[in-house]
Design a protein around this ligand. Structure first.
Ligand code: GLY
Length: 377
């Protein structure tokens, strides 16, 4: 468990006293809508437009964290109602993709962890089976997306693997864990570079797993370093280390963390959208910082005594900097963390905006400082 200093615990408690009224008011307004982006202080209902959208688990995830801390029925009931809304995606099936891990870990699987609801366990196992079903045994990877992206693998998918570790434990069946480890090894080989920077996407030959291409994806250019992808890699490998105990994954998480810490130091702990893009125009992504901070806390939890402070201090520096400069605590407005960006190259309405996962990972990090024993992923 991470050892939180007195000073940092006090800081986290103060932040939580701001989170509590903010989330109570937001729950009143947003309810069972499932948001992605806030515009003018109002979250949308992305799920009404797309039940398969990859971010549909983050709002229920926030509600379950609030429920864990407060035990208030309103959080439980709203999160459960969203989980039921998500059943349309499980039964619809055709639009589902690799991000079933994100979607059901933070909805049904957290519900099961907190309440023991048997139907939530079934939903989570269903999602784990869908994820495992995307595994390519020749290429040794879980394929991303649908259509003709048969050999595409993205770094983000590392965050989906904890659902497979959980399914193996639940069913006392190692198959899911084996698939996750094979995928993590392929990601380590082709997505993580020697210096700890990462490709966002690799295209593998689906017949044999040979590397064909490494396009820019959401980053600036091929060979660059999309900051949120770096954060997914950092947290994802830290989690695979946690669930497997395999040192090579810990070494990978540390290598990525060292690269990220060096890169954000250049930018005052406010991540640019890509660490290898030109400095101008300035484009930032606060969500990359919140995910990196949460991942660094996970790494600090597992690292040896001589190194854990490096990760812990960097996590706290990120959280405190981003809270001071980019959080909106006005309870009449939805969203906390401002200035997230979906990707480097402009998507209208998706640059410099509040993103639901920026809020989610900020809450997870603060929650972790207050409840270091509680493991979400
Ligand atoms: N996983 C998609 C993204 O981070 O934008």
């Amino acid at each position: 468990m991470i050892k939180v200093s007195e000073e940092d615990r006090h800081w986290a408690e103060q932040i939580w006293t701001k989170i509590t009224p903010k989330m109570a008011a937001q729950r009143e307004r947003v309810g069972t809508k499932v948001p992605y982006i806030a515009v003018d202080g109002r979250y949308d209902d992305k799920m009404a437009a797309n039940v398969y959208w990859w971010t549909n688990g983050f709002w229920p995830g926030i509600l379950w964290l609030m429920y864990h801390d407060t035990k208030e029925a309103m959080y439980h009931d709203t999160a459960r109602a969203i989980e039921e809304r998500l059943d349309a995606a499980l039964s619809g099936y055709e639009g589902l993709h690799h991000d079933v891990g994100f979607m059901w870990t933070l909805s049904a699987r957290l519900d099961f962890q907190l309440t023991g609801n048997p139907l939530s366990r079934v939903r989570s196992l269903h999602a784990a089976n869908l994820l495992a079903g995307r595994y390519n045994p020749r290429g040794r990877f879980i394929r991303s997306w649908n259509r003709n992206y048969t050999g595409w693998v993205i770094i983000d998918c590392m965050m989906n693997l904890p659902l497979l570790y959980w399914a193996s434990e639940q069913l006392a069946d190692p198959r899911f864990r084996y698939i996750a480890i094979e995928h993590a090894d392929t990601a380590l080989k082709h997505l993580v570079r020697d210096d700890g920077s990462c490709n966002h996407i690799i295209v593998l030959d689906p017949e044999n797993g040979n590397l064909l291409e490494a396009p820019a994806g959401q980053g600036y250019a091929p060979g660059s370093s999309w900051s949120r992808g770096q954060s997914w890699a950092l947290y994802g490998f830290a989690l695979t280390w946690l669930h497997t105990g395999e040192e090579r994954f810990g070494a990978a998480a540390k290598r990525i963390a060292h690269y990220v810490i060096a890169a954000i130091s250049r930018h005052g702990f406010v991540p640019p959208v890509d660490y290898r893009a030109p400095d101008e125009p300035v484009k930032i992504d606060t969500s990359a910082g919140m995910i990196a901070a949460t991942g660094l806390l996970c790494l600090a939890d597992q690292a040896g005594d001589t190194e854990k402070n490096l990760y812990y201090d960097a996590a706290l520096k990120l959280l405190k900097t981003l809270e001071r400069d980019y959080c909106d605590w006005d309870t009449t407005r939805d969203s906390i963390v401002q200035k997230g960006s979906a990707q480097y190259h402009e998507l209208p309405g998706e640059m410099g905006v509040p993103l639901i996962y920026g809020d989610y990972f900020f809450l997870e990090a603060i929650h972790r400082l207050l409840h270091p024993e509680f493991q979400v992923w």
